[in-house]
Design a protein around this ligand. Structure first.
Ligand SMILES: N[C@@H](CCC(=O)N[C@@H](CS)C(=O)NCC(=O)O)C(=O)O
Length: 379
């Protein structure tokens, strides 16, 4: 069952690769330096599907085994993350992965294995991430990934919870006095391949009737470097990514993020389609972090809540009921996740509400504070 599913996914990925025209600049072998891919190329939203190494399917997840069984047997969660987006997914000079998306991996490891540190990280570019998930190289993808219909359906994935509501933005040099998309007429724009960013850019510029030249790169450092070196007039990605990349600019004061939003970018962790138990586990672990914030349960005060009289708190923390064991994990999964990693607000504050990002909660506030963060009931 599992094997046939993987074969079908692999075939679909190969088929998608054949029918898309995004090959040349998008192969993993392509130069990863700041040499741009040919600019006249068609934008490649289909890039996620390309270069899937179908022959290596399921190398690390034996056929017939569920993801939960695999993770438990291995004693580690293999999590695909970013290494180049400070605040979200970043590999520190000391060799540690940290960030908002990295903490989602830790929360799942705490919930499933009782240990937030039982994670093996795989740094993935935009382009590498989907083949890695499809192939079973990773159990979970937590890397600023936008939920789109084709990724959810034809690419064979399942999105769990939207952990960060975002939108695409544009960075420009202050000195250029670019205020609207129309001001970008004739501009060259640095963009990363294998992203929603590339296609949104094409859609929005076409709608605005603006002619531009995309200059396409394989990863964030190359894209930012090219922009800083003056190869492009603008740099576009998710606004969270733009805020994050400000942290690595040599002269941040010379740049600004335009007051335009080109798209909706609902970001969140992703799993393979077809393993509902694993999807449930990841989904409800993430919801438990949001519910933790709703109830005011933090990593610091959670033990006091173990004697709470609130029925939902009892069920959430596994004091009563069998919500955890009912999904194949321990009843204290939410307790472990919140205790070891923190509730949603703690995670957000730790990584994003700090210098140099100072990202306001905005849409990512709890629904009770005017935002969109909302956990379904723990019942
Ligand atoms: N959310 C968009 C864009 C995600 C994305 O890959 N953004 C870039 C630009 S910030 C990135 O994370 N690059 C890091 C890298 O691959 O080096 C998507 O899912 O396609």
């Amino acid at each position: 069952m599992r094997k046939s599913y993987l074969i079908i996914v692999s075939l679909l990925l190969v088929a998608a690769m054949l029918v898309t025209a995004c090959g040349a600049a998008s192969t993993p072998e392509a130069d990863q330096s700041s040499q741009p891919a040919p600019a006249e190329q068609a934008p490649a939203e289909q890039a996620p599907a390309d270069s899937a190494p179908a022959e290596s399917a399921a190398q690390e997840q034996p056929a017939g085994k569920s993801t939960l069984e695999t993770v438990k047997e291995r004693g580690k969660l293999v999590c695909g993350v970013n290494q180049a987006v400070p605040g979200f997914g970043y590999l520190t000079p000391e060799g540690d992965f940290e960030g908002f998306d990295v903490d989602a991996c830790k929360a799942v490891a705490a919930a499933v294995l009782g240990d937030a540190n039982a994670v093996e990280y795989r740094a993935l570019t935009a382009q590498d991430r989907f083949p890695a998930l499809a192939n079973g190289e990773i159990d979970l993808l937590s890397r600023n990934t936008t939920w789109t219909m084709s990724r959810d359906t034809s690419l064979g994935f399942d999105f769990t919870v939207i952990t960060f509501y975002d939108g695409q933005g544009m960075m420009v040099r202050k000195a250029d006095n670019i205020k609207s998309l129309q001001d970008l007429e004739g501009a060259s724009i640095c963009v990363q391949t294998g992203t929603t960013t590339e296609l949104n850019l094409a859609d929005q510029m076409a709608a605005a009737g603006v002619t531009y030249t995309p200059v396409v790169f394989q990863d964030a450092p190359s894209t930012v470097k090219a922009y800083e070196e003056g190869q492009c007039d603008a740099f576009t990605t998710d606004k969270s990514g733009l805020v994050s990349q400000f942290a690595v600019l040599a002269n941040p004061d010379e740049h600004e993020i335009m007051d335009v939003t080109l798209s909706k970018e609902p970001l969140g962790p992703v799993v393979r389609h077809g393993d509902n138990q694993w999807k449930d586990i990841v989904t409800w672990t993430l919801f438990s972090l949001i519910a933790g914030e709703e109830w005011g349960i933090t990593s610091q005060n959670i033990d006091e809540f173990m004697t709470s009289e609130e029925p939902e708190v009892k069920r959430l923390l596994g004091v009563e009921g069998d919500l955890g064991t009912g999904t194949g994990i321990s009843n204290d999964f939410a307790y472990q996740a919140i205790k070891q990693v923190g509730n949603y607000g703690e995670i957000y504050d730790r990584h994003l509400a700090v210098e140099p990002f100072n990202l306001a909660r905005a849409q990512n506030a709890l629904y009770t504070d005017g935002g969109l963060m909302y956990s379904p009931p723990f019942r």
